[in-house]
Design a protein around this ligand. Sequence first.
Ligand SMILES: NC(=O)c1ccc[n+]([C@@H]2O[C@H](COP(=O)([O-])OP(=O)(O)OC[C@H]3O[C@@H](n4cnc5c(N)ncnc54)[C@H](OP(=O)(O)O)[C@@H]3O)[C@@H](O)[C@H]2O)c1
Length: 298
Amino acid sequence: MRIAVTGATGVLGQEAVEALVAAGHEVTGITRRDSGVPIVEGRGGSAIVADVFDPHDLARAFRGHDVAINALAHVPVGMSGLRPLAWREDDRLHLEASVAIAKAAAEAGVRRLIQESTIFLYPDNGAEWISEDLPLSVRNQAFRPRVKEMRAAVDFATSGRSTVILRLGQLFGRDQHTTHALKATRDGDPILLGKPDQYITLLHHSDAGRAFVAALRASSGFYNVGGEPILKKRWAKDLATEAGSEHPAKFYPEITQAIVGTRLDVQRRSQRVSSLRFMSETGWRPTVGPSTPGWSRR
Ligand SMILES: NC(=O)c1ccc[n+]([C@@H]2O[C@H](COP(=O)([O-])OP(=O)(O)OC[C@H]3O[C@@H](n4cnc5c(N)ncnc54)[C@H](OP(=O)(O)O)[C@@H]3O)[C@@H](O)[C@H]2O)c1
């Protein structure tokens, strides 16, 4: 198939390009800058320079493709997410670029849209499992961009077109966020939010890349995509093992956690997310877990 990927130079997008090429697809990565071209080519795709906020420019880039995959994101690292305007770029990408992408894909005759989304839209569900049927917790204005993005993707699925929305678990691997978490663990600084007995659902980047390939064979709908959920205290130990530290990663004190604001507050939730629907529909399986040695270098 001919597949166009937006966000192709990002952590997620690069993994998607590589996995799609390995599966035999012809992949075009979209980037706004000339310096993004060799990044896409390095993963085996070809690149087109286009503006993801301009539906006409995007339609030009999408023409002749069967599928569009949107992996755009710009998530601030660690506590920098507390800074004023820290989320402005990420919001714009979900609020404006994702809408432009859905519109342009329809105009260009693309038949399928695969949209990256997140499990952080689910509420805290304690020790209970979270399936795709659990109502989202998105009343706060902060979630407006993600909700608008979802609506645009759902609207794309008319007149014989299809949309697959992937609610990805918390990504880990060789990326800025995890590198920051490993360094904090090594330095004995707090890095985790929530409580040790809560659940966390993680997803390694390489498994996320393969999930975009698997999504090509899923029917229209929402799917959770994550590894086996674990307790946060287990994750604290896994971070320490990977960081080469004797002591588990530390949780922020309650008093700090109380003031993190809505954006980071999602990481204080307990999320035991089931990916059964995606696994049984597509055959996808997670292959790298937080106790797989060397996961931060893969
Ligand atoms: N579920 C999750 O836990 C989750 C989901 C997503 C990301 N993350 C984390 O967030 C961190 C950053 O992710 P990332 O590396 O994918 O993000 P990134 O490198 O900041 O950006 C990803 C892509 O978005 C494009 N982009 C970013 N800002 C843009 C803007 N203002 N206008 C137009 N395009 C823009 C870039 O394309 P250009 O080539 O045009 O520059 C880039 O390819 C990573 O550590 C990742 O693990 C976590």
